[in-house]
Design a protein around this ligand. Structure first.
Ligand code: ATP
Length: 345
């Protein structure tokens, strides 16, 4: 029996609603049979209703098969307003942040296809810091269980997606205990994957390699902070933050969103690049395919991947951030046209 998916939709702030609507349009064009359930939260929601999330937000969210999310704004100047992104991550226990980086011919700086699997819950992001007599101290937490869980995810991701190599990124030459643990647990897990090469790289060399020899990379697994920084570097290699999507994976649920933020400077103008959000929707289709063993979704995700590459590599229908003059809606229409021709060919 064909499953009817329940997909949570959190449109978010800034350009969020525009690009999420664009992604939903593309999912409809692909013929995804789903009930889309709107989840309401964000800084704009907070300004209107005085709270960051609607009542019962997590009860509904936890019943979804997956969640498609737009970016959420966290004002740096309002100390009492805590990041909803972090709240969602914690409450849904989204421990793996997965960002695939695949080059676009004629657009990206080099030819590559690699993935950053970032541990999403520990490291300095636990937010424990203090100021004592002029000395600021932050705690950096790496646990055995956290390191094991993310290494296992990285190897199983590599196996399922045909990558031959997983590389652990660390700075264990300096942080011998914390990064040392992350590294040692990685090699312990690696023993259970004899068909996949396990390698290590110091974080600064990783940055250099992403720029100089990205074709050498496969799956990289990193503690939280390094993954955060390296992901933006990798997005720059793709050519734009606006072209990259990400998955945040938990044991029961996953949330899919673009790598970029809310872009308040262009919100409401109809010129936001929807590709990052559509990439996120594509990752969601791959996730649902694996979770529910739904071969039809696999075909649809691959078709969408092909269509995205066709439109971007054609270098014609591009939004201003990619050097074009087209609008969000033009990119969506171009994608739908390619998808329809793929379906009928
Ligand atoms: P936030 O505070 O939510 O992170 P930001 O503006 O600081 O927002 P981004 O939203 O990542 O950070 O935007 C950085 C720059 O990239 C901005 O100039 C923005 O307009 C542009 N940008 C980001 N995403 C897109 C997109 N999808 N389409 C077009 N331009 C984008």
């Amino acid at each position: 029996m064909v499953k009817r998916y329940k997909i949570g939709v959190l449109k978010g702030d800034g350009i969020g609603p525009e690009i999420v609507d664009a992604a939903l349009h593309v999912l409809n064009a692909l013929g995804i049979d789903a009930e889309f359930v709107e989840l309401r939260a964000g800084y704009e929601y907070y300004k209107r209703f005085g709270k960051p999330l609607e009542e019962g937000f997590f009860d509904v969210a936890k019943k979804m098969d997956a969640i498609l999310k737009g970016p959420l704004y966290t004002p740096p100047h309002e100390k009492e307003f805590k990041s909803i992104n972090i709240l969602i991550r914690k409450e849904l226990d989204l421990y793996a942040n997965v960002r695939p980086f695949k080059s676009f011919k004629g657009f990206s700086l080099k030819d590559f296809n690699f993935v950053i699997v970032r541990e999403n819950s520990e490291d300095v992001y636990v937010g424990i810091e203090g100021l004592f007599k002029g000395t600021a101290i932050s705690l950096r937490i790496i646990t055995y269980e956290g390191a094991k869980r993310i290494a296992e995810y990285a190897f199983s991701y590599a196996k399922k997606n045909g990558f031959k190599k997983v590389t652990v990124v660390h700075k264990a030459n300096v942080l011998k205990i914390s990064d040392g643990l992350f590294r040692d647990v990685f090699f312990e897990v690696a023993k259970r994957y004899p068909d996949i090469t396990a390698e290590e790289i110091i974080v600064d060399t990783a940055a250099y390699t992403i720029v100089r020899n990205p074709e050498r990379l496969g799956v990289m697994v990193t503690p939280n902070l390094y993954g955060d920084i390296l992901s933006d570097l990798a997005a720059a290699m793709v050519g734009s933050l606006g072209l990259c999507g990400s998955a945040q994976i938990g044991s029961d649920i996953a949330v899919f969103e673009p790598v970029h933020g809310t872009a308040p400077d262009i919100a409401g103008k109809g010129i936001a690049n929807p590709i990052g959000e559509i990439e996120a929707a594509k990752l969601m289709l791959y996730y649902l395919y694996e979770k529910f063993d739904d071969a039809d979704l696999h075909v649809k995700a691959k078709n969408l991947d092909k269509a995205i590459h066709t439109v971007v590599e054609d270098l014609k229908i591009l939004t201003p951030d990619l050097g074009g003059t087209y609008k969000t809606v033009d990119v969506v229409n171009a994608l739908v046209k390619v998808l329809n021709s793929e379906i009928h060919s």
